[in-house]
Structures are given as structure tokens and as C-alpha cells.
Design a protein around this ligand. Structure first.
Ligand code: BGC
Length: 273
């Protein structure tokens, strides 16, 4: 899907964590297409992060970007990333806390390492990035010519913030917690004009869930869970993230936007129950 640049976010700076692949990569590209400067955070894949940077700058001359390596679960690395963003672009207007991992195991076989690492990245990482963003928004103050909001935080959650997921209890637990983190931020900082929302993707075609779509049989089975009868594409999430970052969604705060083809509508009940 090729999209036109229309620069609704010109003059704004966006940090996308986990921006070198999957959903994060598409969000980084989408923000750039709409004119935002983008910090493409990555953890392991420098080469692909640099490619995203090049693509952002090639797609839209208004947008500048750089790649930045940081483990979002490490306080000093997150702080250093925000400092670099502010030094380079002047401030941060939009945070997309996207970085997330799965380390799947049945509960009775789950190691402490599998539990802890998923909590560290998916939950502590979202806290550390959101805290740094709120601090920067408050430091910088309003810029009415740029946005009606002081700043925008978008957490990338999952349908598993409400759908239980056996064999993935660590992951589901972090996503349930992200919902409360997001709502608490929205409640606490709304009066300062900070908007905080989540996107809850359903099954999106990315490396994280390759086994669920890589064969026609797996894809058919997956589609039984999706009333809209197709797997999601990363562009579906990119478009939602940009909308949540623009003033078009200025009255939206404290909400989870499910982008899941109806997965949370319990499709098993269509012919049962
Ligand atoms: C998970 C994917 C899964 C999807 C729907 C996402 O949050 O990361 O692996 O396919 O939820 O179950």
C-alpha cells in the first residue's frame, strides 16, 4: 500500500520504540510520511533501523530521522535516548511505546527468565518511556501552533489486554497492565493536556507470530478467530497510530483502540453458546 505524504505532523518529533521491524517499523514510516521527525529505536538490528531511517527521509523531505540503539527496560538507556532526541530535534511531541517481545511457555514450564524479560521489556519499558515523555512534555510547555495537546503517548498493547492467552501468561499479564498504566497516565495528566491512548492490535502479519500465518493451513485456522476474515497488515496499525498522534483525535484520551478485525468479539459464539 503506497500512501501520500500529507504532513499533518510537520514540526513534531516522534520516538518509536522497536521501530526497526514489524508494527514499529510501519508506525515509524507512517509518522515520517505525515511529516514528523522520527527517532527509530532498535535493540538488535542496526542495519534494518538504518534502512527505516533512509526510507523515512526518502519518502518525505520534511521528515528527518535517526536510529538509536537502546534497551527500553534500562533506565539510563531510555534517558539517554530522550536526551539525544531533544538535542537533535528540540523536543519530543509523540511517544509510541511499541517495543514488545514474546517468550512463550506453558505456565508450569515457564522459567523465571521468560517471565522477567517479558515484564521488563513490555511493561517496565513502557513505563520508562512514558515517564521520560511526560517529563519532556512538561518541561517544554505548550506550543499551540504545533498541536492542541502538550504531548501524545501511544502504547502498543494487544487484544491480549482483555483476551486471556494460555501458554503466554507473561505476555498477557503485561498487556493487561499496560491498559492500567495508560489509563492512569490519561487520568493523571489530562489537565496538563497530555493525551494517552493504546492501540490493541489483533493478529498482524509480522515476525512475532510467523507460525500463525506462514502456511495456508495456519492462516485458515487463524482466520477462525477473526470475524473480518483476514489477517491484519502493519499498515492497519500505522494509520491508527498517526490518527491518534494528530489533532484529529484531540478528544480521544484514556482509550484502547482495538485494531483486530473483530477478534475481541468472541467469534466462537457466532455459532455456539
Ligand atoms: C501477539 C501475536 C498474536 C496476536 C493475536 C499479539 O499481541 O503478539 O503473536 O498473533 O496478539 O493473538
Amino acid at each position: 500500500m503506497t500512501q501520500q505524504a500529507n504532513n499533518r505532523l510537520a514540526g513534531q518529533t516522534c520516538i518509536v520504540t522497536g521501530g526497526s521491524s514489524g508494527i514499529g517499523k510501519e508506525i515509524a514510516l507512517s509518522m515520517g510520511r505525515d511529516g514528523a521527525n522520527v527517532v527509530v529505536n532498535y535493540y538488535s538490528s542496526e542495519e534494518t533501523a538504518q534502512e527505516v531511517v533512509k526510507e523515512i527521509e526518502a519518502n518525505n523531505t520534511v521528515a528527518k530521522a535517526f536510529a538509536y540503539k537502546a534497551d527500553v527496560s534500562k533506565e539510563d538507556e531510555v534517558e539517554a535516548m530522550f536526551t539525544k532526541a531533544v538535542d537533535t530535534f528540540g523536543t519530543v511531541d509523540i511517544l509510541v511505546a511499541n517495543a514488545g517481545i514474546q517468550k512463550d511457555a506453558k505456565l508450569h514450564e515457564m522459567s523465571m527468565e521468560q517471565w522477567q524479560r517479558v515484564l521488563d521489556v513490555n511493561l517496565t519499558g513502557q513505563f520508562l518511556c512514558a515517564r521520560a515523555a511526560v517529563r519532556e512534555f512538561l518541561r517544554r510547555g505548550m506550543r499551540p501552533d504545533i498541536s492542541r495537546a502538550l504531548g501524545k503517548i501511544i502504547h502498543i498493547s494487544s487484544v491480549h489486554e482483555i483476551i486471556p492467552w494460555a501458554g503466554h501468561a507473561n505476555y498477557a499479564a503485561t498487556k493487561g497492565a499496560v491498559r492500567m498504566l495508560m489509563e492512569s497516565i490519561a487520568q493523571g495528566y489530562g489537565r496538563q493536556k497530555i493525551r494517552c491512548n493504546s492501540i490493541a492490535p489483533g493478529a498482524i502479519r509480522t515476525p512475532i507470530n510467523k507460525s500463525a500465518w506462514e502456511t495456508p493451513e495456519a492462516l485458515e485456522k487463524l482466520k477462525e478467530l477473526i470475524p473480518y476474515d483476514r489477517i491484519g497488515e502493519t499498515e492497519d496499525i500505522g494509520a491508527a497510530a498517526v490518527w491518534l498522534a494528530t489533532d484529529e483525535s484531540d478528544y480521544v484520551s484514556g482509550t484502547t483502540l482495538f485494531v483486530d478485525g473483530g477478534m475481541t468479539c468472541y467469534p466462537g459464539f457466532a455459532t455456539n453458546g
